[in-house]
Design a protein around this ligand. Structure first.
Ligand code: SF4
Length: 211
């Protein structure tokens, strides 16, 4: 035990945990997080696997994963007697794809799914919910057939649950996702690692204040 390096072991553990969540098993599988973002980014990830791997080593993502694990433990204790599924796999087929998702939390009452909850860690105050997040949660709502959906934001200044009552026409969404790059506009490209090599990258407008 003399060469025990806890930080390294923890990082390896979190990396493996995240990698197992993002693993695809069949060609026609689409993971929910892929369907909520620009398809080209997922295409780049598939051929430039090291970029996707590097992303998972980023401390911000690792802290997010640690927070998830802590919230899961707390919820399991708080709702000991209720029927709560944590990171369980849900699959539905649509438009020739198998949509696969692992929503953070699904709460059941009398055998029926009543609420799906996605946990998000943010270092910033929550002012608005990005389309990527709204879409992801709407997809989980569709996948689990839960009555309600929400995002539980964990930030340094707040713990806040935001209801996301959006019903998505998933077949139409997939058609748009297949052909719209970026999916949500120039802001998506601004944070994308592939913006300098992607032929579809959009630049945001910068306003010049008039004198
Ligand atoms: S740069 Fe924009 S269009 Fe290209 S992959 Fe990234 S998000 Fe998609």
């Amino acid at each position: 035990m003399s060469d025990l390096i806890v930080g390294r072991d923890l990082r390896n553990y979190l990396y493996n945990l995240m990698s197992s969540k993002y693993a695809k098993r069949r060609n026609q599988d689409i993971l929910v997080h892929e369907l909520a973002q620009c398809k080209k980014r997922g295409d780049f990830d598939a051929v430039k696997e090291q970029v996707a791997e590097l992303r998972r080593w980023h401390p911000r993502l690792m802290i997010g994963e640690l927070i998830h694990q802590g919230v899961f433990q707390a919820l399991a204790k708080i709702y000991r007697d209720a029927s709560v599924l944590i990171e369980r796999e849900f699959v539905k087929e649509v438009e020739g794809y198998r949509v696969v998702g692992h929503p953070d939390v699904v709460v059941y009452e009398d055998g029926a799914p009543v609420k799906v909850i996605d946990i998000k860690y943010s270092t910033r105050r929550v002012e608005r919910v990005d389309k990527v997040y709204t879409c992801q949660v709407a997809l989980y709502k569709w996948l689990t057939e839960a009555k309600h959906a929400s995002i539980l934001f964990i930030t340094p200044t707040d713990i806040i649950e935001v209801p996301i009552e959006v019903d998505l026409d998933v077949a139409s969404h997939i058609k748009r996702w297949e052909h719209s790059f970026p999916l949500w506009g120039s802001e998506e490209c601004e944070w994308c690692e592939y913006r300098h090599i992607c032929g579809f990258s959009k630049k945001r407008d910068v306003q010049v204040e008039l004198l």
